[in-house]
Design a binder for this molecule. Structure first.
Ligand SMILES: C[C@@]1(CC(=O)O)c2cc3[nH]c(cc4nc(cc5[nH]c(cc(n2)[C@H]1CCC(=O)O)[C@@](C)(CC(=O)O)[C@@H]5CCC(=O)O)C(CC(=O)O)=C4CCC(=O)O)c(CCC(=O)O)c3CC(=O)O
Ligand SMILES: NC(=O)C1=CN([C@@H]2O[C@H](COP(=O)(O)OP(=O)(O)OC[C@H]3O[C@@H](n4cnc5c(N)ncnc54)[C@H](O)[C@@H]3O)[C@@H](O)[C@H]2O)C=CC1
Length: 209
């Protein structure tokens, strides 16, 4: 798992595929900027929801120049209405190319690779430095399914299969274990003993839930 909290993510393209990637990145706390001449209704609606008045960070804009100067807002979404430019990748931690223009996607991916920026290209598996898995997220518990790019539909199907069998909130249990973990580490010496205590706690939390 890569820590994405507060990391800058640039997404080029404003269609439904970009929208899906935006949702994933926001869920993991990234600071997301989407650059595209057009945005699908889902993205426009999401930008309105995310950028509430007390957590205001951005509006849509026609002319914002390079995105490198944007303030660092946690989990916020900025929509920039124009074509993507090479300088947009400056200071990005991760770049997702989700336009419907293969050439632009490929050229920007090449630039990212040269600058050692992590890149995902939605229309060409071979250009990806990483793939998006199908994700189940419950608080800090994350289950991710990948088929190594062979079949996204299979990844989604496996995810829904697992989801239908989960039946309880592992997120709550992890949260409780996280609270107890420090206490136990301070109280019990010896790795084996600690491990046994953790196993017992997990069992009883699972029984309670
Ligand atoms: C390599 C990867 C790169 C990446 O996107 O990270 C990639 C690549 C490509 N996808 C394509 C098509 C589709 N992708 C989906 C759906 C999803 N795609 C996702 C991930 C990935 N897709 C990565 C590999 C993941 C793995 O390891 O399996 C998921 C899991 C996660 C997410 O998107 O967040 C999400 C399911 C989430 C869920 O259900 O929960 C659907 C179905 C739909 O839209 O409903 C279709 C249409 C059906 C089809 O074509 O199969 C095409 C052809 C484009 C074209 O034809 O031009 C390429 C390009 C290529 O294969 O080279
Ligand atoms: N990886 C995946 O999960 C999937 C990938 N795809 C592929 O993803 C790509 C995008 O799909 P959709 O979102 O459905 O397409 P779309 O046509 O709805 O959206 C494309 C977006 O790119 C924008 N765009 C075009 N040129 C641009 C530029 N130079 N700079 C910035 N933005 C630009 C357009 O304004 C539009 O908002 C397609 O190539 C499709 O084949 C399709 C399905 C799933």
């Amino acid at each position: 798992m890569i820590e994405l909290n507060n990391e800058r993510c640039l997404i080029a393209g404003g269609g439904t595929v970009a929208y899906r990637k935006v949702c994933s990145m926001l869920e993991f706390g990234a600071v997301v900027t989407v650059v595209s001449p057009e945005f699908c209704p889902e993205l426009l609606k999401l930008a309105e929801q995310v950028n509430t008045p007390d957590k205001y960070c951005a509006a849509t804009s026609d002319d914002r120049g390079s995105v490198e100067n944007f303030a660092d807002y946690s989990g916020c979404l900025t929509l920039v209405k124009r074509r993507v430019q090479p300088q947009d990748i400056v200071s990005a931690f991760v770049v997702i190319m989700a336009t419907d223009d293969e050439k632009v996607n490929h050229e920007m991916a090449e630039l990212c690779r040269q600058q050692r920026i992590l890149v995902n290209v939605v229309d060409v598996k071979a250009d990806c430095g990483f793939y998006f898995p199908a994700i189940i997220k419950d608080k800090e518990v994350v289950i991710s399914v990948s088929t190594g790019g062979q079949s996204p539909v299979l990844a989604g199907t496996i995810k829904r299969n697992i989801e239908s069998h989960l039946g309880r909130s592992y997120g709550d249990i992890a949260e409780r274990m996280g609270e107890l973990r420090e206490q136990i580490k301070a109280q019990i010496d010896g790795e084996e003993e600690r491990k046994k205590a953790f196993q017992q706690m997990v069992r009883s939390l699972l029984d309670e839930s």
